[in-house]
Every structure is written in structure tokens, then in C-alpha cells.
Design a protein around this ligand. Structure first.
Ligand SMILES: C[S@@+](CC[C@H](N)C(=O)[O-])C[C@H]1O[C@@H](n2cnc3c(N)ncnc32)[C@H](O)[C@@H]1O
Length: 394
């Protein structure tokens, strides 16, 4: 068999690859080309061997899969999936939805594997990873055993302007099994696994829901950007007296109602409206809450306007604080990887000043053991989850 083609990278990339960073960008390749999906050897300009990866086109040129010279094949992928499973330890019999492989952070660049009960979903960042993604999904199915279906889906990175993602494809088992019920911390949620990150439950928030579980009793809760209601269901289960869930999407709120029903809990108020509109109305009506959960997306657009996380956090924090009782908690989450904790804190402080309130950080959460973050891959630390007590109105 012919040796894999070689790509030579510049000194800057050599330094990063030696530190464990798994990507090579187009501007860092000084010599050599390879078609997307091809296995390539990496070398520094001085001849240092830097491992083996998969070539791509677009905003990444190579994802490195190993630092030595060995093959990138199904046995390697299966060994990495097995290591990832060991790394998860015991998530407990109560938890049947989790991330089994967190891409670069589990040494499988561009490949995520999620487990939803007896369904496995692999999401790949590029079509160049199709063969390895399939290998990861089938290995996960074998290791876990008793799996009904394995799906392969493609994520389209916003930086990947040229290509659209292909539709999810069932690569093993029963393709008709679309909605499944999963369990987390003693609660049931209905999810649709082939929808990938839109499946209906954000497993990177599990530990944060767990931390909050003992802090809902007899509170009035306003859950903004409620999605399918995971925080709302947890709050009601934890003894919240009043729960108001707000989301732009009627469809997500229908799924939230279903989640309340599954757990035989009263859904309270489900409002299909823009959060800012609701906050303004509640402020004028004098409605107040003891817990306000704000977990927005990076960007959204509706008739009421555009939400842009990079720009609008101070406005959102100020509006939320205006309906929060003194001593109440603002529970704020941001999943914008480009926003540092310092910038997040700065925006929240600005919002607090606008509302004439003081905020005190009481707890900071992380995404949990099934979403490890490799320190040699700084891009992975996207989540900020801050629980803050609000002081009196000035
Ligand atoms: C990141 S998800 C929230 C996840 C949720 N907190 C959970 O734990 O499942 C973002 C949600 O915000 C909703 N959304 C986006 N912009 C909105 C707006 N201006 N007002 C209300 N909801 C909005 C979307 O429909 C989506 O369901």
C-alpha cells in the first residue's frame, strides 16, 4: 500500500501540534496537498514527524488523529471510543442521555457521539469524516450493547460557508424509531435523537440542573429561553410553587408540555413570546420572581427584534433583574465560545448597574464529566453557568 501523502506545516503550527492541539489551518500548510478525507502524515519544516490526520478543505486543513506514525482506521477509532466510555465513569442508572465522545476532547477530532437511551447519534463536523464517524457509531453500538439504532449526522460549522450539511442517516438498526424517552436525575424527557443538537435536551446542563435541584423549593421561577422545559420540569419537581416558561417557539413549548406530562407535573404558564416583551410586561405588572433562569442561544431573530449574545447580555441581565425579588437568584448561562468569563461578568455587571442592583456570584457550574475539556484545546471551554444573588433595589 502506498504511504500516505505528506503535508509540511510552518513553525507556528509545529509548536501547537507538539502541545497537543489537533488542528492545522490552511495558512499553516507550507507544502503538499491532499483530497478531503485522505489520511495524511504531518511534518514540520525541519523534518520532525508530527503524526497522522485526515485532510479537509475549508477552514481546517487537517484534523490530527494520532501523534505517532500508526494507521487511522476502525480499530483506532474503536479504542478511542472505549477510552471515552471509561472516562465517563459511572453516570448512574438514572442517566440514560449523555455524550459518549466529545470530539477533540476525547481524541476524536470533529466527531461527537451522543447516547439517547438505546439510540446512538454520531455528529461529524465535515463530510471528510464520514468513514471514521460511521466507525465510531458502530463501535459505540458494540461497546454499549442492546442498541436499537445508530444515526450519522453532519454539523455545519458557521465558518464552513461553502457546504450544507447532509440529512441524518440511519447506519444501523431501526430507522423508524424517532421519539424516545430518556432519563436524567429521576426525571423523564422525550427527545428526537436524529435531530442532533436539536434533539430536545442539552446534556451539558445536567450537572447544573442537579446543582439547582435543592434550590427550587417554594420559589417563583421564571425560565426564559425555556426550550423543551428541562429547567422548568426540574424546578417543578424540586418544589417550585410557580413556574413560568417563555420561548419564542410554540413547537418547543409543546414538547415542554409533553415533558411535564411524562413526569406528571403541573406545567404552570407556557408563554410562546419574545423574552424581552414578557420581561417588560411583568415589570409593568409588578410581577416578581425568586429565580430567573436565562439561557439564551448565541443569536436569534423574531418580530420583536434581534438577540445577539455578544452585544445584548447587559440589556438582558438588566431586564431580568427588574423582575427579581431582592435576595432572589439570577441563573445565567452563556454558551458563546467567543465570550470569555471576564467578558460575561463584565456584561452582567453592566446590566446590574443599569438596574441599580448588586450581584454576588454564589456558584459556577461546568458541563460535567461527559463533556470533558482538553486543556490543550482551549476552544472547548464554551459554557459559563453562573448563579448570582441579587441585592436590594438601590
Ligand atoms: C439554548 S436554547 C435554551 C435551552 C434551555 N434553557 C434548556 O435548558 O433546555 C435557546 C432557546 O431560546 C429560544 N429563543 C431564542 N430567542 C428567543 C427570544 N427572543 N425570546 C424567547 N425565546 C427565544 C429558542 O427558541 C430556543 O428554544
Amino acid at each position: 500500500m502506498a504511504a500516505p501523502p505528506e503535508l509540511v506545516v510552518n513553525a507556528y503550527s509545529t509548536g501547537w501540534l507538539k502541545r497537543g492541539f489537533p488542528w492545522v489551518y490552511p495558512a499553516e500548510v507550507v507544502r503538499g496537498t491532499a483530497a478531503p478525507g485522505t489520511v495524511v502524515r504531518l511534518r514540520g519544516e525541519g523534518g520532525t514527524a508530527l503524526g497522522v490526520g485526515i485532510a479537509d478543505r475549508g477552514w481546517i486543513s487537517v484534523r490530527r488523529f494520532r501523534q505517532d506514525d500508526g494507521p487511522v482506521d476502525a480499530p483506532l477509532i474503536a479504542a478511542r471510543v472505549a477510552a471515552a466510555l471509561r472516562r465517563r465513569g459511572n453516570l448512574g442508572p438514572d442517566t440514560t442521555a449523555y455524550r459518549l465522545v466529545n470530539a477533540e476532547n476525547d481524541d476524536l477530532p470533529g466527531i461527537r457521539v451522543d447516547v439517547w437511551g438505546r439510540v446512538v447519534v454520531v455528529a461529524i463536523d465535515s463530510p471528510s469524516l464520514r468513514a471514521l464517524g460511521e466507525a465510531a457509531g458502530l463501535a459505540a453500538g458494540d461497546l454499549l450493547g442492546g442498541i436499537d439504532a445508530v444515526w450519522l449526522s453532519e454539523r455545519r460549522d458557521p465558518r464552513d460557508v461553502e457546504r450544507a450539511a447532509a440529512a441524518p442517516r440511519c447506519i444501523f438498526g431501526d430507522a423508524t424509531l424517532l421519539d424516545v424517552v430518556v432519563h436524567e436525575l429521576g426525571l423523564a424527557f422525550e427527545v428526537r435523537p436524529p435531530l442532533g443538537k436539536d434533539a430536545g435536551l442539552f446534556t451539558d446542563m445536567r450537572d447544573n440542573r442537579a446543582w439547582m435541584a435543592g434550590h427550587w423549593k417554594d420559589t417563583r421561577v421564571l425560565n426564559l429561553f425555556a426550550h423543551t422545559g428541562a429547567f422548568s420540569v426540574s424546578a417543578r419537581h424540586g418544589g417550585a410553587g410557580q413556574v413560568v416558561s417563555v420561548d419564542l417557539s410554540e413547537g418547543y413549548l409543546t414538547r415542554a408540555r409533553r415533558n411535564f406530562d411524562l413526569n406528571e407535573l403541573d406545567p404552570g404558564e407556557l408563554l410562546a413570546e419574545d423574552c424581552f416583551k414578557v420581561l417588560d410586561r411583568f415589570r409593568r405588572q409588578g410581577r416578581r420572581f425568586d429565580r430567573v433562569v436565562v439561557d439564551p442561544p448565541g443569536y436569534s431573530h423574531s418580530d420583536a427584534g434581534t438577540w445577539q449574545g455578544e452585544r445584548d447580555w447587559a440589556r438582558l441581565a438588566a431586564a431580568s433583574l427588574r423582575v427579581l425579588e431582592p435576595g432572589g437568584w439570577l441563573i445565567a448561562a452563556s454558551n458563546l465560545g467567543t465570550q470569555s468569563p471576564k467578558q460575561f461578568g463584565g456584561a452582567l455587571q453592566e446590566g446590574a448597574e443599569r438596574a441599580g442592583r448588586e450581584l454576588r456570584l454564589c456558584h459556577e457550574g461546568t458541563p460535567g464529566v461527559d463533556h470533558p475539556a482538553a486543556l490543550h484545546f482551549p476552544e472547548s471551554r464554551y459554557l459559563k453557568f453562573w448563579v448570582m444573588e441579587a441585592g436590594d433595589v438601590a
